[in-house]
Design a protein around this ligand. Sequence first.
Ligand code: SAM
Ligand code: F3S
Length: 456
Amino acid sequence: MSTAVYIESQGCQMNDYDVGRMVDVLASQAHCRRVERPEDADLLLLNTCSVREKAQEKVFSQLGRWRRLKEARSGVLIGVGGCVASQEGDEILRRAPFVDLVFGPQTLHRLPEMVARRRGGGGPQVDVSFPEIEKFDHLPMPRAEGPSAYVSVMEGCSKYCSFCVVPYTRGEEISRPVDDVLSEVRALAEQGVREVNLLGQNVNAYAGPLSDGDSADLGLLIEAVAGVPGIDRIRFTTSHPAEFGSGLVEAFREVPQLADFLHLPVQSGSDLILKLMKRGHDVATYEALIEEIRAARPSVVLATDLIVGFPGESEAEFEETMEMIDRVGFDGGAFSFIYSPRPGTPAADLADPVPAATKSAWLQRLQARILEQQRAAGEALVGTRQWVLIDGPSRRDPRELSGRTSGNRTVNFAGDPSWVGRFAEVEIAAAMAHSLRGRVVAVEGGVEPSAAGVGG
Ligand code: SAM
Ligand code: F3S
């Protein structure tokens, strides 16, 4: 009989990717199938995030709810994975002794063995070690879930920004060999995937071994991925300004499959704060880099990450950030956060006199400004034609289809469900705060919108 597994995940795209791998490894080695409701599961897995305090707080309240499910039915196992598991290890069992499995981002491939040992009468299983690349060698080829897929090309981060837990929870940077990445991309393309998003916490530090003993940077990897038949759009996330090599800038000039989108976190517009954050670059270097990338690809849409209220930030530094936002223009938006001290990171020891109310007010001002920029960029697209990869039914109205432009904007439009997985030319009719509305002009493969009873 197969085991029913329910997985809940917090946090970043790496965690989303890891969930896919958990499902693959449990399906192929432990006869598991995924279920949609925790009440139906024999194995409950929580993939956690510790990047900010809020996410971490949610872990134990969620586990408390699952404890009741475990008590109600015999044979239910609870597992905790991800970055909180990696950081806390055995401590999870002390606070939640009903937990059966604790595994880290680098040991998720050992889940089937851990489940078997626990079911076979072993005690609670804890493995949060960092065997790093071993993970990839032990995972089955991923199964595609739609036309767009993540491909993890490296693990970990060695930048050690002073506020960030990632290097401690996911370990140092390690790149997958180019051939491994390419076989995964080929396998996905054979299943109908058209777009891949190359993932890493600091993905532009990619240095993947080549079969001849040399190594390839991210620019070269992108070129190689562009050569895989069927792959027509490539994205990468997330990059770091200090390691953005000229090869990657060239990829924006030379590789048409590379999407018009760049997520390049800057965190702050103040040199003082960037120094305290140990980011390894100043504001002028960031802006010069953006200029270079825009020269190589004028249509590139730029998104970023920003932190407000870092220890040492005063009104003056915050204003510098607002001025930088005005100068650079983040038409692709920003993930913005109030600084959250993380235990074990160097910044957690810095004095932080700024009142919480001031930080909230700064965040609101900053978000309003970014939203304005994003909105103006959306409005500028009205009347243009965009090449959109059709992902599936629209989230807002399942009778409609939804897709993404090269610049990573969601577009909703009327269409035939058989078009999912194809590219279409869409004329943009209206811009909303977070999405666009459009009308299909042509669908790849020669389907006329009017033939399917759509269009107009
Ligand atoms: N490379 C990573 C990625 O792919 O997103 C960046 C690391 S982190 C998971 C994502 C973002 O969270 C960072 O860029 C930063 O803006 C924010 N962040 C990280 N640590 C933080 C902290 N202690 N407080 C507030 N925001 C934080
Ligand atoms: Fe974190 Fe800085 Fe790496 S934000 S993931 S330590 S680049």
